[in-house]
Design a protein around this ligand. Structure first.
Ligand SMILES: *Cc1c(COP(=O)(O)O)cnc(C)c1O
Length: 465
């Protein structure tokens, strides 16, 4: 213990290290406050190392060099692009959907100049920001009107607040879902001022359950798509069409929260049937809500389509102003929807392209990574090609297991864990999956343009193992 204290006293001070950094040209753009914070972090790490290893502290010059190396390696931004080698196509922690090239271009164009966000160019009068996507959404979904808010959680909140504040919302017990990140249907219901009226049982709910629950206080019949789980076995749920008919008969609006609403039927690519937005609209429900950045593959957004009178009520709600989307979302969403209308979405929208890419193509990318590794690195990592199953993620298609291929690495469980940490620490960071005590670098979600980078990062990590 005493030896530790003496060693720690020998650590240079923040100022001593900062003085060594004062005239480094590499750091000319870095503020003094930022630099001081970086030095403090570097010193804290060194302090930990000295204690853990009973070592001798590095001197001010060496610590200054570490700060420079770190700035050069990872830059100064906190939010950074990385290599998703988890195979999870819609990974909420890794930013969910990637945007198509066209969406990125529209985003850059609208970010670089003023735009007609809320200006009607024909009349020079104030326009609606939603007008840029409304017509597209109407044509694509068959609905009479559309509205876009910050995300699907906001869409559900807005609908409940508008249609059922102080009134009852009838929901099946089999659909009282949690999405993750604190979004639970019963909680959001409470916050919207609506009163939850549960009907049926966990595994079976019938039309008569809904019918019997309707009373003078009923504001809405809500159906929630079980997008992130499945109830299997002895089950029964009421079809959207039947619920829509019941609502119509009794004069009560019906909403369906589709969650990961898709605009294309993915069955031809081997996926199970998921109700598309068009099908749900055609079933006659008044409102359908879904995410912009799940299966749609666009920017984060909550899209609501449905009957004009009902959508109009949502648009007038003051909450809508608080939940509104910005011009970047509109630019990216418009471009994404255009790809659907042009029939090119399966090729150009990254989410759909990744989900439908044949295994052979994924395997080719995995081989590309392996081929770029020098033989010595391959041996050191015990690297080889393997096949596995990947998840769609993002609370979408929960039962689907996508066949996938990747590179397995790590000569031992211990080496695999070290490698995992090293891969996350460099630039670009690589986030992998641990499978059977080895690293599995799933290439379904590794972009073609990242193959060389991934190989370079693997080689660099191998040299530090
Ligand atoms: C994902 C999901 C939500 C929340 O959508 P966000 O766009 O993430 O806010 C709501 N309902 C269902 C059924 C979902 O699957």
């Amino acid at each position: 213990m005493r030896a530790d204290a003496a060693a720690l006293r020998a650590l240079p001070s923040v100022d001593q290290v900062l003085r060594r950094l004062a005239d480094r040209v590499e750091l000319a753009q870095v503020s003094r406050a930022r630099l001081a914070a970086l030095v403090r972090e570097t010193l804290a790490a060194e302090r930990q190392r000295v204690v853990a290893e009973q070592g001798v502290p590095a001197d001010a010059e060496a610590l200054a060099a570490r700060v420079v190396a770190r700035v050069e390696r990872v830059g100064l931004f906190s939010l950074r692009p990385l290599i998703n080698a988890t195979g999870v196509v819609l990974h909420t922690n890794l930013g969910r959907a990637l945007l198509s090239r066209q969406a990125r271009e529209r985003l850059a164009a609208v970010a670089s100049a003023y735009s007609n966000l809320e200006l009607d160019l024909a009349t020079k009068e104030r326009g609606s920001r939603y007008s840029h996507v409304e017509a597209l959404l109407r044509r694509l979904t068959g609905a009479a009107d559309a509205l876009v808010v910050n995300n699907n959680a906001a869409a559900v909140l807005l609908a409940l607040e508008t249609l059922a504040h102080g009134r009852e919302v009838v929901v099946s017990r089999g659909e009282l879902i949690e999405i993750g990140g604190e979004f639970r249907i019963p909680d959001i219901m409470l916050r919207s001022g609506a009163v939850l009226r549960e009907v049926g049982t966990t595994n079976r709910t019938h039309l008569r359950d809904y019918a019997q629950a309707i009373g003078p206080d009923t504001g809405l019949l809500l159906k929630v798509h079980t997008s992130n789980y499945r109830v299997v076995g002895f089950t029964a749920a009421v079809a959207s069409r039947e619920l829509a008919e019941l609502g119509r008969e009794r004069g009560i609006p019906v909403m369906e929260d589709l969650g990961s609403g898709s605009l294309v039927d993915l069955r031809p690519y081997g996926f199970p049937h998921e109700p598309t937005v068009q099908e749900t609209v055609a079933a006659g429900v008044d409102l359908v809500s879904f995410s912009g950045d799940k299966l749609l593959g666009g920017p984060q957004a909550g899209i609501v389509v449905g009957r004009s009178e009902v959508v109009a009520r949502l648009k007038k709600n003051p909450w809508n102003r608080a939940l509104r989307i910005d011009k970047f979302t509109i630019a990216a969403l418009e471009a994404t929807l255009c790809a659907y209308e042009a029939g090119t979405a399966l090729r150009t929208v990254p989410t759909l392209a990744m989900l439908t890419e044949p295994l052979a193509a994924v395997r080719r990318r995995a081989r590309g990574v392996l081929r770029r590794l020098p033989a010595a690195v391959r041996e050191r990592l015990a690297a080889r090609i393997a096949e596995d199953r990947a998840q769609v993620g993002g609370g979408a298609l929960p039962t689907v297991e996508l066949p996938t291929a990747g590179v397995v690495a790590g000569a031992s469980p211990e080496a695999a864990r070290r490698l995992d940490a090293l891969l996350r620490a460099g630039d670009p960071p690589v986030v992998a999956r641990l499978v059977d005590d080895r690293i599995f670098l799933d290439c379904r979600t590794v972009l073609a343009g990242q193959v060389a980078d991934l190989a370079r990062r693997l080689a660099a990590a191998a040299s530090e193992l």
